[in-house]
Design a protein around this ligand. Sequence first.
Ligand SMILES: [Cu+2]
Length: 71
Amino acid sequence: MKKKVSIEGMSCGHCVNHTREALSELNGVTQVEVSLEGKYAIVEACEDVSDDTIKAAVEEVGYEVVGIEEA
Ligand SMILES: [Cu+2]
């Protein structure tokens, strides 16, 4: 699966790294790409990762998920 996660609150490269690491640690996730300018993350996984799981991981490191869609 592949999902595009819209994220508010990232302001610099450190924020991008925090988000990338948090998402990379989730079970089944194989690749994470985070765009600071675009305010989104693309998450690819070899198994289904629920929207709730993605949302919780991003919020745990301090940012807000405003939308998740299939990518
Ligand atoms: Cu930052």
